[in-house]
Design a protein around this ligand. Sequence first.
Ligand SMILES: [Zn+2]
Length: 330
Amino acid sequence: MPANPIRPTVSLDEPGKRHGFLKLPYSRNDSAWGSVMIPLTVIVGAPGPTALLTGANHGDEYEGPIALQALAHEVEAEEVTGRLIIVPYFNFPAFTAASRVSPIDQVNLNRAFPGVPDGSVTQKIANYFNDTLVPLADLVVDFHSGGKTLDFLPFACAHYLDDPVQQAACVAAVEAFNAPWSLMLREIDAVGMYDTAVEAQGKVFVTTELGGGGTASARTARIARRGLRNVLIHGGMLSGAPEVEPSVMLEMPDDACYHTAPASGLIEPLADLGDPIVPDQPLARIWATDCTGAQPVTVFAQRDGVLAARHFPGLVQRGDTLAVLAVPQR
Ligand SMILES: [Zn+2]
């Protein structure tokens, strides 16, 4: 296999706190021998476990970058047991462009795993994490939000896994994160995801969906900062008492949770995030955008639950995810 060219500019092992970069050589028109410089902070304290912490896997999601910038700025090595590897802007070119996918190669980092060592820029980032950083980690936290096209109830989540011991460890970490909602998530398209790659390496994995619409709110930024500290306390890497509030555990028992837009048009929402939903309840109307007088298309709930995600901008295209339900665990 060809070698991956990405190198950290600071030691991953020496005690102390270092701010540097993951340097990815990228020769291009405006920089002949240039590199993509992905910001990185490594904090090595007393001997202990390793946490790998990432935000902006998608470049238009902001709660993770906020929480991780704050952590890198505020935490010192003396406060850490083990090692924190902090990458606030995982897909840095996408983050710089405020775009879900990379503007360089149009690749969605979260569908690029396990990556390609001599592939495109995004494929190289995926491969470096898959082969070099994830194997170092005991706990992996990857922050997401809805980006520009989805809006979520703020939740941390774990996946249904084949190994019940690993699944229980992931659920315990999600509960420790203590977002207002905690979810057992069924992915609609798991192939190539970072989540899938990390879980396949047997790691304890926490991911989130903390809001959306291409911005953060005071509430969701606070949830991200608090949850990150809580999960690091749970992992034994930070000391102190976790901040705990009531959290509702949700699950996604089947594919009927996902509602795809059957038509393109103007969305009239008929339910808001967090609303309880009964089967056959109308979730949204889709109105024509090119004429008056046409019958709207109504989308009905395929099952009961609460509205956990909704399409964000006011216009929808056929095939977009329009609404996602989750079911409170009884
Ligand atoms: Zn995302």
